[in-house]
Design a protein around this ligand. Sequence first.
Ligand code: PHB
Ligand code: FE
Length: 328
Amino acid sequence: MSDTTGAGLQAGEPNQHGYRTFRLGEFGFSRDEYFAHIAWPTGTHTMSIDDFLRAVQRDVAWQFFYGTVNFDPVLGTVNHYGNVDLFAGTFNEAYRRAELDHVENFAHADILGTFKAILDDWTNAAFDPFAAPKETGAAWGDKAGSNLDAVSRRRVAARRMVGVPGDEPLRSDESGLPVNRMFADVSQDEPTVEPQPGFEDEVAAFSLFAYLSRSDVTWNPSVVSVCGNSLYCPTTEEYILPIIHGNDRVEWFVQLSDQIEWVVEDRDSGALRARVTMKAGDVGAMPADIRHRGYSPKRSMLLVWENASPDLPDLIASGRAPTYPVDF
Ligand code: PHB
Ligand code: FE
């Protein structure tokens, strides 16, 4: 039984808390004052509403990202780049053994439309799912307004490099954004660029530290440079990565400031594989067969380096490319 329409969205009337209920295929979604409730034919699940909204916000903003976005150890999505799996218990050994797991595939636009509608309806005026917990009001309670500006934010994406003519000049004073309270000590000096005549449009430089010090969101990489399939996606982190990322390719991390602790698990079973502490200057690579979640006790700067080649998932899944980045 599937009651999704072409538009993918089936929204019910507001419940006693003022929130609409949603259906996507055989999945049902409802919220009350504290929780998101998710139901599917073989099971039900409950998530704290702040965690749920932070996770859905990332999945929407990143258009389902690379590979798997686990909202928690039970619920999540797998991006097949054009269509998307919504699953419950699929990457959880206990749920699979008990045959409680469930997965359905949706057209990208259908699941995106439903998730956006849930975010719009379930996010109250006081709550910003992108913000650090100390920089937002609470998600709790009966429906009280909305925060459409916050939930419709898109991550910043350069076509070439930030600062090159034609790309978003979202840096320094041009951004209109204040330096974050935790980056008050970050220098705002910009480099001096002296290109040879005729190269003014091609040579550019900017202070990445100054740029990131003004980021008003957490755990939301922006693409600051694009060179073929090589994407530099720096981001500012505070508190907990709202999703557990199961990648379909290798991903590099450069810890630019402060410290993040990573919990690394087997991608399919969730079995713990490693705890990694990255300090400023550390460089690491996450293999393609794991999932990871970061913990940042103080706001920190992280450079995520992605290889966006569309060939990689198949090369790795078929064993023609390794799951690890380099042989020493
Ligand atoms: C990741 O899953 O690798 C990831 C996602 C968002 C971030 C940082 C890392 O802000
Ligand atoms: Fe990742």
